[in-house]
Write a new protein. Structure first.
Length: 155
């Protein structure tokens, strides 16, 4: 079904996951309210008509799904909640600085991806697919290399 249709809960879903999903959906509801330009009265009207509740805090999973599905029919698309903190850009920036400091033989994209593969033990086709923890490891390695390259320039 749609993104906000009925869910199938599995035996391995935990209360923590359910709470995180609830918070995320409530956040999307409030994003939608702002994006659609609803006043407080408009918001309460839609909640009451769709779910019979006057507050999103009182909604169960099905109610939240109804509200979000209704908002999506009105043109609301939730913004992506995950943002990788600009880590791919920071990795590229550090790589460029390392090249400027004379710490690289090859400053190409293929060399950067090869370095990432050696550092993480896993190859990636693009930095945007690099998980946050691995990206942090690469960033720290590049910082260390940059410090060493700058130290050799001073000597």
């Amino acid at each position: 079904m749609t993104q906000y249709g009925p869910r199938r809960f599995t035996a391995h879903s935990s209360p923590t996951q359910e709470a995180a999903l609830r918070r995320r959906e409530l956040g999307h509801i409030h994003q939608g309210r702002s994006a659609l330009g609803w006043s407080e009265d408009d918001y309460r009207f839609h909640l009451q008509n769709l779910t019979g509740k006057s507050s999103s805090a009182d909604l169960d999973a099905a109610g939240r799904g109804k509200v979000l599905a209704h908002m999506s029919t009105l043109g609301f698309k939730p913004k992506a909640t995950f943002k990788p903190f600009g880590q791919p850009e920071k990795i590229k920036w550090l790589w460029k600085k390392l090249d400027q400091a004379g710490g690289l033989r090859d400053s190409g994209d293929a060399a950067l991806l090869a370095f990432v593969a050696r550092t993480t033990g896993t190859s990636f086709s693009d930095l945007k697919f690099l998980p946050t923890a691995m990206a942090s490891k690469v960033i720290e390695a590049l910082k260390s290399m940059l410090d060493r390259a700058k130290a050799t320039l001073r000597q």
